[in-house]
Design a protein. Structure first.
Lengths: 206, 584
């Protein structure tokens, strides 16, 4: 795949890139970095842009789910988790929006949750099912759905990395690496909470 | 302290199994009532500043090669120290600073080499640099990678015997690249070191690097995930450095119940199918044979007597901790501070609404290889939406008798806190600037702040290099600062913690005395009398001094019996004896 957006990036490259390296680098598999024209940072790809646009919608649905926790009888543990998901993913949406805007790409607003084609997204029926549940049943559904939702995000990250030339822009690389680490570990926490829920006869996780 | 009582209350609340929802209302959050809140924005050294018991000695702007605010591409990363040289990592290379005059850092050289995140370590004349991003090239170019054969993810080794001409001698490739790395010296062979590779990024295709594959351990025993790669470096022939193996330190890892917000259950095994896939970083403490790994949602303590086969001693987990990030041991190895880089460092997580228990530190006590969690600690001056801020890197300030750490909080600035009492950490000094930009979040601030031979060096992501100095205060006496300045290091890597040893000296002894006066560990009449005895001993010389000091040590032995802080009195007696022995 061609790096279709590279030219756009070239136009906005800072003049500082023309500076020569003062130190020298050489070695068995290395050569001295060229001054001037060769010193060009990689751009971003169409896959990068699509990932960021899609992930905004993906995160937006997590916010909808997290917002239910305080009113649906969730216990302390789940409230803490939902609070963390809410703050994190709200910030991440803002970050993705700025990334897209900085690169003059269409920016979805954070309210769109209809992108059903994305992995791990809840169907409208599943969202309604979650919304109708209370207490222990809400917790069970929340954890089950959120694990699936997070797994979907990890799948999106894997697909991005598998796409040629993608995720080389340091900002998107850092972002997706952090999101993946964050969500992988949250899955571990949620699996544990589900296990506790199953082990406890009746009450919510407190 | 009002604040510390609140901290204890918040933790008690979280630990309580039946706390009422919502918790957020009772949380300790950042405060606007602090000189660090509301500082004016500005690039370089133009932003508003606030400082307490700390002074900016020098600011050196980024070298021209990296002087760009283009997202993360040219941000500075971590520091490493040797002699008069400070190595400063950058996402696109590194800078070599001469700080023989700390008030005026001089740039020796700059190497442009795309290497996110570029964390450096120095060992003799070898500089190790972490490369993780898919854009990193074998030839150091910054144009990106189109052919995987050009890619370099792993640890680069530079020969820096000539600081003006760093020379790349080896690229050690790893399956997931290197986000961070940690030197663990060979226990008996001075000519060999090991490097633990931190990071949990995507696994490369086996077509790009042989024997790399991903997947769950149960399905793929050779998976490059769920392990820590280990590199062996023969120091005399670094070009032969190679991945020598890996450690599967997460096998059978259980989520320990009941700690800091994780629910207690008698029946749950806590064995989630997917534990951490790697460690963000690991801190080695070779003098204690310990390594503390910050691995996903776990803080892990390792016995590294055999560096090629580290053994897990214990693991901690906490629902409030998102990404266990870095560890710093107390000098006696009995406490460890873990940081949580909630949000990855590019998000503003020190706003007035952000709670203390998220994105800060926690202090754990280590006893018989087991960790017990104590307080949270976070920089609590409210920062703006355009300041990325969360707990980040730091190290010990070598004050005898106390556990003191200096730390960078990105745009939350640098602060210094005392965690001698693991249940009551308190802030004792700080330095902060306003945001890089008032309108939008431009990533900046302190990546890490470290005490090195008398000064604090802070790597500013966006601006450059800051050199700071501690000033005496009610929290830290002139003697304590002077004693810290007596500790000289030839080499210092934040992730390889050296054991601090203080010389026999009056400021060291007086540090203990100042501490006993401050915490009323001895009656005031005694501390005054001891102070007078020390003054007299210092005026004396040779044998007279030695005799006076030995008499004082004997008195202190007797004092310890009734002292409310007996351990400190005994430590002081020991320091007085050392000083007596050194007096001839």
């Amino acid at each position: 795949m061609k790096l279709v957006f590279r030219q756009l990036m070239l136009a906005s490259l800072p003049a500082v890139m023309a500076c020569a390296a003062r130190g020298t680098v050489d070695g068995p598999a290395a050569s001295t970095p060229e001054a001037g024209a060769a010193a060009v940072a990689p751009g971003f790809t169409a896959a990068d842009v699509r990932f960021m646009q899609d992930m905004i919608g993906h995160h937006a649905q997590a916010l909808v789910m997290a917002a239910m926790a305080p009113t649906h009888g969730a216990g302390t543990q789940l409230l803490l988790l939902a609070e963390k998901i809410d703050i994190s993913q709200r910030d991440e949406i803002a970050m993705m929006q700025q990334w897209l805007a900085d690169r003059k790409q269409p920016v979805p607003d954070g309210g769109h949750t209809h992108a059903m084609h994305m992995p791990g997204m809840l169907t409208p029926e599943q969202l309604a099912q979650l919304d109708a549940a209370r207490g222990r049943e809400f917790e069970r559904l929340f954890l089950t759905f959120m694990i699936r939702h997070h797994e979907g995000a990890l799948q999106m990250v894997d697909e991005l990395f598998a796409s040629p030339g993608a995720a080389q822009d340091p900002d998107i690389f850092r972002f997706v690496t952090d999101v993946a680490a964050d969500q992988l570990d949250e899955i571990g926490v949620m699996e544990y909470m589900l296990e506790i829920l199953a082990a406890h006869g009746g009450s919510e996780i407190r | 302290m009002h604040r510390t009582r609140l901290v204890a209350a918040a933790i008690a609340l979280i630990m309580a199994a039946a706390a009422a929802a919502p918790l957020v209302a009772q949380d300790v959050t950042a405060t606007m009532d602090d000189p660090r809140a509301g500082l004016a924005a500005g690039e370089k050294n133009t932003a508003g500043q606030a400082a307490l018991h700390m002074r900016l000695v020098a600011f050196a702007p980024k070298p021209a090669e990296f002087d760009s605010a283009r997202g993360l591409t040219f941000i500075n990363s971590d520091l490493a120290f040797r002699g008069d040289i400070v190595y400063q990592g950058n996402f696109s290379g590194f800078s070599v600073w001469d700080v023989s005059d700390p008030a005026s850092p001089r740039l020796r050289s700059t190497v442009v080499c795309a290497t996110d995140q570029g964390d450096p370590s120095i060992y003799g004349n070898l500089l190790f640099i972490s490369a993780e991003s898919p854009r990193s090239r074998k030839d150091c170019g910054i144009q990106g990678v189109e052919d995987g054969g050009d890619r370099m993810r792993g640890v680069r080794i530079f020969d820096v015997s000539d600081p003006d001409q760093p020379r790349l001698v080896k690229n050690v490739q790893t399956c997931r690249g290197s986000h961070t790395h940690t030197i663990v010296p060979h226990p008996t062979d001075a000519g060999t070191i090991f490097i633990y590779v931190g990071g949990s990024s995507s696994v490369r295709d086996s077509a790009e690097l042989a024997d790399c594959s991903a997947g769950a351990l149960a399905e793929n025993p050779n998976t490059a995930q769920y392990r820590v790669d280990i590199i062996r470096v023969p120091l005399s022939s670094p070009e032969e450095a190679t991945v020598t193996g890996f450690a599967r330190i997460f096998e059978g890892l259980q989520r320990p119940p009941g700690r800091g917000g994780v629910a207690i259950s008698d029946t749950a095994t806590g064995r989630g199918a997917r534990g951490p896939s790697g460690c963000h970083d690991l801190t080695s403490y070779p003098a204690m044979n310990l390594v503390a790994g910050s691995c996903g949602s776990f803080g892990i303590l390792l016995d590294a007597r055999d560096p090629e086969r580290p053994a897990r001693l214990d693991a901690a987990a906490d629902l409030n901790f998102s990404l266990w990030h870095t560890a710093v041991f107390s000098n006696d190895g009995r406490s460890v501070v873990f940081t949580d880089e909630w949000g990855g460092g590019t998000a503003p997580r020190c706003r007035a609404t952000d709670p203390q228990r998220l994105g800060g530190n926690t202090v754990l006590r280590i006893e018989n290889g087991r960790m017990a969690q104590h307080a949270y600690f976070k920089m609590l001056a409210a920062q703006t939406e355009t300041e990325n801020c969360v707990s980040h890197n730091g190290g010990l300030v070598p004050v005898p008798g106390r556990d003191i750490m200096v730390q960078g909080w990105y745009q939350g600035g640098v602060n210094v806190f005392d965690f001698t009492d693991p249940a009551n950490p308190i802030e004792i000094a700080y330095f902060d600037r306003g945001p890089v930009d008032a309108e939008r979040l431009v990533v900046g601030g302190s990546w890490g702040a470290y005490w090195y031979n008398g000064y604090i060096y802070s790597s500013e992501l966006s601006r450059g290099l800051d050199v700071l100095e501690l000033l005496p205060s009610e929290f830290l006496s002139e003697n304590e600062i002077e004693a810290a300045k007596l500790v000289r290091m030839e080499e210092y890597n934040p992730q390889m913690q050296p054991r601090i040893v203080w010389p026999a000296a009056f400021p060291v002894v007086r540090s203990y005395l100042d501490q006993l006066a401050r915490n009323r560990g001895l009656p005031e009449s005694r501390t005054t009398a001891i102070g007078a005895t020390l003054d007299a001993a210092e005026r004396a010389t040779g044998r007279a001094r030695r005799d006076q000091l030995n008499r004082l040590a004997a008195e202190l032995d007797r004092d310890a019996a009734q002292a409310s802080d007996a351990a400190r009195v005994r430590a002081m007696a020991e320091a007085v004896r050392e000083l007596a022995n050194a007096s001839r």
